[in-house]
Design a protein around this ligand. Structure first.
Ligand code: ADP
Length: 775
């Protein structure tokens, strides 16, 4: 069909477009694509991310699922005018069916961006799509398989966390990592990864500056006269654009630039589009990271000059750790030092830790937010991170990258008394201490040889005692932190090693894990010796190891490119949100409550007992019950806690932080239903009492919304947003999880403590202020 015919077809044959504004329909058509697919060819496959809305123009296609035994179940058939791709676009879940041609088919593919900006902003269209969604979801629930299919789709997905950097249109993204004496850069081409390029200018500001560059054109090496950072950027530009080595012909080909920025202070818990305000925050945070942030800023300014048209994005090393709870980030100093001077633990290497946590989940085909992972990033700088169900809850680096492990040249943990002593006894001043702790400590200081683990290992192999001691000290500190984080998370599913030493050193991995069998960590030494940790993910766990031990190549540059793409995506959503800033979201304070499983209802209230509805709740089908229970923890009791109905698969107790203290349980912040490794307590009712071994959580703040509402905000299930609550003192709540389901009604739930602390009564409203992150 030619474009005029398609226009007519959509107007006449497709109910969704019947009354659609004509100029908007033309816009849609201009940027959509017409494709043909053959009988038995799949146009969308189960497990893919939803990238477009499909309209069948000609032919007949079927929606089907092939189960694990290879048997095909046809769920529905569509003819000309039929739509496909609706559920995944509207819910953000992976595609749950294959869409396969029965005959030769022709279809119009409308890209997701146009879908959200043009279709989703037209209310009659949204209404129409919601009906389709509800019908399609009914097919799944009729089969009783909704949840199972969603997790099977995730398993089958080749790229569940978007590391293949696919975009609707080809894009070239430049990633910049600007350090004190080096400029590293990577160019990612989303159309063809073979066209990627990377370069490295070393020894900036010193004699012997060297520029290495590799692209599809080959490997290049240029020796340069002494240069400064500005000249290094000009060198990068030359390499990227020169006819001999280059991969672009004009700077305009760079669609976006992603920058590694070390310190985002406590302002940024996500990557951001750089503007004057961001630059100011990075400048302010320079006080905390004087060795890094000023150089990152030079990188940002130079890139802005060279690529003035391209959006610039900051990806912070500290951002991933902003979920660490206060009790883990506070030092034992007077509270004002935290409150007024920002002295707290921030943590670094977040980009690498998050990348590895996601890669591990992808590798194991398990949902990222259901795993407890310890990640050992052991490079020249080294840190360990505890990732509890997708959230960093502790990490070994602190206020600066000096804390924690023994590193190449940094001391790591040290009794602050040593510093006082050296000041007093040796007269060491700031400069001397800085030099000692940052430059002459670590492997280098201990071995007296080198900061390079390979050299220290070579010497140790020759019997050098100090080298042996340096390696043992290094590995022992790693082991101690692993133990600490197993304790912090109440057990662990995965231990991952990454970074030059984590990926390269058989000995360090072995020493760090020996003696941890009793906490479930057991390495197969043969597998450990055979690791090729720089090429691929390797499993080194012994058969009987309860914890999976993996070696995972890190790729911070790819992670920065991915985050950059996500920020661009977010700024698109921000455009939609701007028009939605007036949509009120009712805030409901969730008082403590208990959900009971059917078996526990009977255990507490007698055989055959059914929960008695007392009051309807705002979410359809949910009700508060007449039944109440008392909670008994190791320390104390909380009386008269309301049971909510209907009964659920698992018993879950949601209480506020102050009540946890009263009871004496420490519950993690979790999504509802995610109860692995949570504490238990005793529940008491008139007819009996029972002790549950797990199920107590502090619920993550969340907003319930229907797919139509999510569409109107441009949001997807599991997005994390910021919510503004106006009042005497305007508040912004970050870290608010979006939950999308046809059964939900728009409402934000926060816990009693938060409500009290912010003096928010039930009945107040909030407004979505921005998209914080999207997986
Ligand atoms: P950075 O923190 O500078 O990014 P890397 O992650 O590249 O550092 O790690 C550098 C460290 O990794 C150095 O100490 C180096 O000796 C060590 N390393 C690299 N390859 C190996 C290997 N095969 N065996 C042992 N150590 C290695």
């Amino acid at each position: 069909m030619v474009s005029d015919d398609i226009f007519k077809f959509l107007k006449e044959k497709v109910a969704l477009f019947r009354d659609f504004p004509e100029e908007r329909l033309t816009e849609l058509l201009n940027d959509s694509q017409v494709i043909t697919f053959e009988p038995n060819e799949a146009v969308i496959e189960f497990g893919e991310e939803g990238h477009f809305l499909g309209v069948l123009l000609d032919g007949e296609a079927e929606l089907s699922i092939t189960d694990d035994c290879g048997e095909k179940h046809v769920l529905d058939a569509i003819g000309p005018g039929g739509l496909f791709g609706v559920p995944s676009l509207m819910t953000g879940n992976k595609t749950m069916t294959d869409v396969i041609g029965r005959t030769l088919c022709q279809a119009l593919l409308i890209p997701q961006k146009l879908f959200t900006s043009i279709i989703a902003t037209y209310p009659p269209a949204v209404l129409h799509l919601s009906k389709i969604l509800v019908d399609r979801l009914k097919i799944f629930s009729y089969e009783g398989k909704g949840q199972e299919l969603a997790s099977a789709a995730l398993k089958r997905s080749q790229d569940p966390y978007g590391f293949k950097l696919q975009t609707e249109r080809p894009m070239k993204i430049l990633v910049i990592n600007c350090g004190s004496s080096s400029l590293k850069y990577n160019l990612f081409d989303t159309a063809d990864e073979k066209q990627n390029a990377r370069g490295d200018v070393e020894r900036i500001g010193q004699e012997g500056t060297l520029h290495r560059f590799s692209s599809a054109r080959g490997e290049f090496k240029w020796e340069l006269p002494r240069t400064d950072h500005r000249e290094a950027f000009a060198e990068m530009f030359r390499a990227l654009t020169s006819p001999e080595s280059g991969v672009i012909t004009s700077p305009a080909e760079i669609a976006a630039v992603g920058h590694r920025v070390v310190h985002g202070g406590d302002k940024y818990n996500h990557s951001v589009l750089i503007n004057e305000e961001v630059i100011e925050v990075v400048e302010r945070a320079s006080a905390f990271a004087p060795l890094h942030n000023p150089l990152n800023l030079i990188g940002i300014r130079e890139a802005m000059k060279l690529f003035p048209h391209a959006p610039q994005v900051a990806v912070f090393d500290t951002a991933f750790h902003q979920t660490i709870p206060a009790y883990a980030y506070l030092y034992g100093l007077p509270y004002e030092y935290f409150e007024k001077k920002g002295i707290r633990r921030y943590g670094f290497h977040g980009t690498s830790h998050q990348y590895v946590a996601l890669k591990v989940a992808e590798h194991l085909k398990r949902p990222y937010n259901q795993l407890s992972t310890i990640i050992c990033h052991l490079g020249n700088g080294a840190s360990i991170c505890a990732v509890d169900h997708g959230r960093s809850i502790d990490t070994s680096m602190g206020f600066t990258p000096l804390e924690g492990l023994v590193m190449g040249t940094r001391s790591g943990d040290l009794d602050p008394g040593v510093i006082l002593h050296l000041m007093e006894a040796e007269g060491l001043d700031h400069r001397g201490l800085h030099e000692l702790l940052n430059k002459t400590g670590g492997l280098k200081g201990l071995s007296g040889l080198s900061n390079d683990m390979r050299e220290v290992e070579a010497a140790a192999n020759e019997g050098d005692h100090r080298a042996i001691l340096a390696i043992r000290t290094f590995a022992y500190r790693v082991r101690k932190y692993i133990g600490a984080y197993v304790a912090a998370m109440d057990g662990v599913d995965i231990l991952a090693f990454t970074g030059g030493i984590g990926q390269g050193s058989v000995g360090v991995r072995s020493l760090a894990c020996q003696g941890l069998k009793r906490i479930g960590i057991h390495v197969d030494e043969r597998k450990n010796r055979e690791v090729r940790g720089f090429d691929r993910i390797c499993d080194i766990s012994a058969e009987d190891s309860q914890v999976k031990v993996l070696v995972v190549p890190t790729d911070e540059e790819r992670m920065i490119a991915r985050q950059t793409l996500r920020v661009l995506d977010r700024s698109h959503v921000a455009g939609i949100l701007k028009n939605q800033t007036l949509t009120e979201i009712p805030i409901e304070i969730s008082a403590h409550h208990v959900h009971l499983s059917p078996a526990h209802v009977e255990a507490l209230f007698g055989p055959g007992h059914q929960l008695t509805p007392w009051q309807d709740l705002s979410q359809p089908g949910q009700f508060a019950c007449q039944e109440r229970v008392n909670l008994i923890g190791p320390k104390g009791r909380v009386e008269n806690v309301r049971v909510l109905g209907p009964a659920r698969k698992q018993t879950q107790v949601e209480i506020a932080l102050t009540e946890q203290y009263k009871l004496g349980v420490q519950a993690p912040i979790r999504e509802s239903g995610d109860l692995d490794h949570t504490p238990g307590l005793t529940v008491e009712a008139n007819n009996g009492a029972m002790t549950i071994s797990q199920g107590v959580i502090c619920a993550l703040r969340h907003i319930h919304m229907s797919p139509e509402e999510a569409l109107s905000f441009g949001l997807k299930d599991k997005d994390v947003v910021k919510v503004r609550v106006p009042g005497e003192r305007e508040l912004i709540f970050g870290d608010v999880l979006v939950r999308v389901s046809p059964n939900f009604r728009l409402a934000m739930h926060i816990d009693t403590d938060e409500g009290n602390a912010a003096s928010i009564p039930t009945g107040a409203s909030g407004y979505i202020d921005g998209l914080q992150s999207r997986r």
